[in-house]
Design a protein around this ligand. Structure first.
Ligand code: ADP
Ligand code: MG
Length: 352
């Protein structure tokens, strides 16, 4: 029987998820699960074909490590990252730890390949929009003049110089916020750790963004892609060993003001939430790149996603625009199973 092993759909009730999961309880695989609440989301780790002792050790280690990553990388509280941001503001060079060195230099490459659509240097704009307060009924869009000022300061990842372990920004308006990349990167690190411990078969799923390594019995790991406007899925796909599937959507953190939707994915060129797109899903090998690419292609929009995906080396993309047309490259079309294929408008692109 093929069953919906991992129908983890963002924002759908976890009750229904556990029902789907329990419908797979006839699985003969040895499965160990552990859930961690971190990075503002539930991270579910599933291990296969290992021992209980190894699984328990790994869960304990990952629980600690994920919380440590959050504490080091958060821009909202005092952290290793906030210390770097303080130094950039003060125009002073700063020695940075190895984990942030790797993340910042990877982010700089992703900034370049995404043509600036993925730009974690826009921390000031992200702060100005206050999207973490999206549930607060008093929240309003910022003053347009304040937005314009920050856009004019033009903070870019390419302003950052890394020499040895020292970081210096030639632009004091740069403030780093790694929110579009850190979760994916943390998943990559966690899977590397599991492999180093001899655990070859695992899935780490952060609210529908996931990476799979190895096998799980006979079945591939199946993931649902959420309908951006309905409390249901619009499609599903099977992930192969080593792959990640990441989605960025305008339904994650948003509020309505005067009939307009304001969400958390910002277009660095305008300083406003990126327009025209409802969600972007990508399949890629490493989760860090998949995470950054989903954000970047969201900003690129229906016009430019193809060009930016090519430049980033992404081979599978599904973009749902805000008229609910589904844009895909042919290889993605082969893998996506639409729930109601007759009622959706598909726009097929050139191959990537
Ligand atoms: P989620 O965290 O919901 O999975 P994303 O991966 O798309 O969503 O990341 C969105 C977060 O990244 C935002 O909340 C903000 O902190 C930051 N961000 C917003 N716009 C950009 C951008 N253009 N480039 C880089 N980071 C961004
Ligand atoms: Mg992302």
């Amino acid at each position: 029987m093929r069953c919906y092993q991992a129908f983890s759909i963002r924002a759908l009730a976890f009750v229904s998820l556990s029902l789907l999961a329990s419908s797979c309880s006839n699985s003969s695989d040895t499965e160990f699960k552990h859930t961690i609440f971190v990075f503002g989301t539930l991270i579910e780790i599933t291990l296969f074909d290992t021992s209980e002792t190894l699984a328990d050790d790994a869960f304990e280690h990952l629980e600690r490590t994920f919380h440590d990553y959050h504490a080091r990388w958060t821009p909202w509280e005092t952290s290793q990252l906030s210390r770097i941001n303080d130094s950039i503001r003060a125009d002073s060079p700063v020695a940075i730890p190895a984990d942030l060195f790797t993340m910042i230099s990877a982010s700089r490459d992703l900034f370049q390949s995404s043509r600036g659509m993925f730009n974690p240097a826009i921390g000031k704009l992200i702060n100005l929009w206050q999207m973490h307060r999206h549930d607060d009924p008093g929240i309003r869009p910022p003053d347009p003049d304040d937005i314009a000022k920050l856009v004019q300061q033009n903070p870019r990842m390419s302003d950052i110089r890394l020499q040895g372990s020292v970081l210096h920004s030639s632009n004091r308006a740069v403030q780093l916020n790694l929110g579009a990349f850190a979760k994916g990167y943390a998943i990559d690190l966690a899977l590397e750790y599991l492999q180093a411990r001899g655990i070859e078969h695992a899935v780490i799923n952060a609210g529908g963004d996931l990476r799979v390594i190895g096998r799980h019995g006979e079945r591939p790991w199946r993931i649902g892609i959420r309908h951006p406007r309905e409390n249901d899925i619009i499609a599903w796909l099977d992930t192969e060993a080593g792959e990640s599937v990441f989605t960025s959507g305008d339904y994650e953190r948003f509020y309505m003001h005067q009939g307009r939707r304001f969400h958390h994915i910002l277009d660095p060129r305008t300083g406003y939430p990126a327009e025209g797109v409802s969600s972007v899903s990508v399949i890629h090998r490493d989760a860090g790149t998949a995470d950054a690419a989903a954000t970047a292609l969201f900003v690129a929009g229906a016009e430019s996603w193809h060009e930016v995906a090519r430049s980033m080396g992404i081979k599978y993309v599904m973009l749902i625009d805000n008229t609910m047309r589904i844009h895909m490259n042919p290889a993605m079309r082969q893998r996506v199973h639409l729930i109601n294929p007759e009622s959706v408008h598909i726009v097929l692109s050139e191959p990537l």
